[in-house]
Ligand binder design. Structure first.
Ligand SMILES: *Cc1c(COP(=O)(O)O)cnc(C)c1O
Length: 485
């Protein structure tokens, strides 16, 4: 494709994207495709002749768009906001169009330096001290793996440079609550800790936040048994209920064992753009690493996950496989981001944030986040005021966890079936989309609460206004109470 052909096709594509976004609210939220439907619409034989952009856009219209669950739809309240601001889409296009290659500073100096600048802007915008230095990973899952590898090497005195974990006399242990994201356990297993060395710390039965007393107890027991407390993953804004683990106590407990503290704020990090929310992560300056995803609520398109550390030298020592590089890192001339994570080749991801911040503007983003917090509080208030409805967890941010009790004496299994049924009816209608989830908690008694079903309303799609949340509440009452609202 020549630049001139690209210009023509590109204009058509941009027009198509703008039309798609403008018309999104008119269609259903949930995809109604069955497994295999999409694949079956295409020929199994690879294309041999070139086709036209018109044909491809037609296929997007007929096959791809109807098959999508529309997470940019204003009535999408499922999982978490996965916003894809159009300003950041332009940054993504610019990044692709430049076609830079990030394998070293030399291979594309702006790719490295814009990333440094943007990570530092984001650090300032979230109120973090200048002790942190950041990079952009694809996802919080990768960032957590890097954090647990760093923790492992600190705890084992760099076992990787010798006999590895199998040579370690005191096996390292990782701590997190049952509310921690599944990526934490995955990172611990991939990092070689082993399932036997992943501890579930009790959480508070009312707030679902980590119980720091239990953390202290578990660490003491492990240390007494010849194990090495190596890492605590504290979640600021858990996936289920946006519970906030108490960082001040966790940091102190970890310090007693020189254990690493990784803060997983994948979802809630966005809230720290608002000064009034920052008390939620008080204590963060005592952590060793920290991750959050602008590609969630903030709305910089996937894949944009910020990872900050305080000890860059340690990070590079763990992640670099190029000993000669270590010397040039010490002289502080340039950053080699390949030594800050797993991949060698990197995209010019920073342009997504660079475009997003500058075209939308920080104030407009903050304004939208405050709107979402107000809408979530409004919905929580309706739930609290309405007989038969209950909140299942506190609402510190934009996620509202609810249940409806058809009658006071209803049993657990009937209640669960009712919850699943009304949520599924709303989702099947295409009018709105919600996530149902089980609230598991492991309490300090060691009892595991099997968890009852609830419905999570995650407010925060860029297009979602108060009217949409009010409309959702009507739908919830209609489907759960069986009345017409
Ligand atoms: C979404 C989420 C993750 C996973 O994020 P990815 O970027 O998809 O890997 C991890 N932790 C928390 C708390 C999350 O909300």
């Amino acid at each position: 494709m020549s630049p001139e052909e690209f210009r023509q096709a590109g204009h058509q594509l941009i027009d198509w994207i703008a039309d798609y976004r403008a018309g999104l609210a008119g269609g259903p939220v949930r995809s109604s495709v069955q497994p295999g439907d999409i694949a079956a619409s295409f020929s199994v034989d690879p294309p041999t002749e070139p086709t036209t952009i018109e044909h491809l856009l037609d296929q997007l219209d007929k096959v791809v768009v109807p098959g999508m669950t529309q997470v940019q739809h204003p009535m999408h309240f499922g999982w978490f906001p996965s916003n894809a601001s159009l300003a950041s889409v332009l940054g993504d296009i610019a990044s692709s169009g430049l076609g830079g290659l990030g394998i070293s500073w030399e291979s594309c100096p702006p790719l490295t330096e814009v990333e440094e600048v943007v990570c530092d802007w984001m650090r300032t915008l979230t109120g973090l001290s200048s002790a942190w230095r950041g990079t952009i990973h694809d996802t919080a899952s990768s960032a957590c793996l890097v954090a647990l590898l760093s923790a492992r090497e600190r705890a084992t005195g760099f076992a990787q440079s010798g006999g590895g974990l199998s040579s370690v006399a005191e096996p390292p242990v990782v701590y997190a609550t049952a509310q921690a994201h599944s990526s934490v356990r995955k990172a611990a297993l991939l990092g070689g800790y082993g399932a036997d060395h992943v501890r579930i710390v009790a959480s508070d039965p009312a707030t679902y936040a980590m119980d720091p007393t239990n953390l202290v107890e578990l660490m003491a027991i492990d240390a007494a048994n010849g194990l090495r407390p190596a890492a605590v993953v504290a979640t600021v804004g858990t996936t289920g209920t946006t519970a906030i683990d108490p960082l001040p106590e966790i940091v102190v407990a970890a310090a007693a064992h020189r254990a690493w503290v990784h803060v997983d704020a994948a979802m809630a990090g966005t809230a720290m753009l608002l000064p009034e929310c920052r008390p939620l992560w008080n204590g963060v300056e005592g952590a060793d690493s920290l991750c959050w995803n602008p590609h969630k609520w903030m709305g910089t398109i996937l894949d944009t996950s910020l990872y900050y550390v305080r000890d860059v030298e340690h990070l590079v020592r763990v992640m670099s496989t190029n000993p000669s590089y270590l010397q040039s890192s010490a002289d502080g001339q340039v950053t080699q981001y390949r030594d800050w994570g797993l991949p060698l080749g990197r995209r010019f991801r920073a342009l997504k944030l660079w475009f997003h911040l500058q075209l939308d503007g920080v104030e407009a983003i903050q304004h939208r986040l405050r709107r979402d917090l107000r809408n979530a509080k409004w919905l929580a208030a309706q739930v609290e005021e309405t007989p038969g409805w209950e909140l299942m967890a506190p609402v510190p941010l934009q996620t509202v966890c609810v249940r409806h009790r058809p009658s006071a004496e209803v049993g657990d299994s009937v209640l669960d079936a009712h919850t699943i049924a009304w949520c599924d009816r709303i989702n099947a209608s295409g009018e709105a989309y919600l996530t149902r989830a089980r609230l598991d908690s492991q309490q300090s008694t060691g009892q595991s609460n099997a968890g009852s079903w609830m419905v999570r309303v995650s407010v925060g799609v860029e297009a979602t206004d108060h009217a949409h949340v009010a409309r959702l509440w009507d739908l919830m009452r209609r489907e759960a109470e069986g009345t017409s609202q």
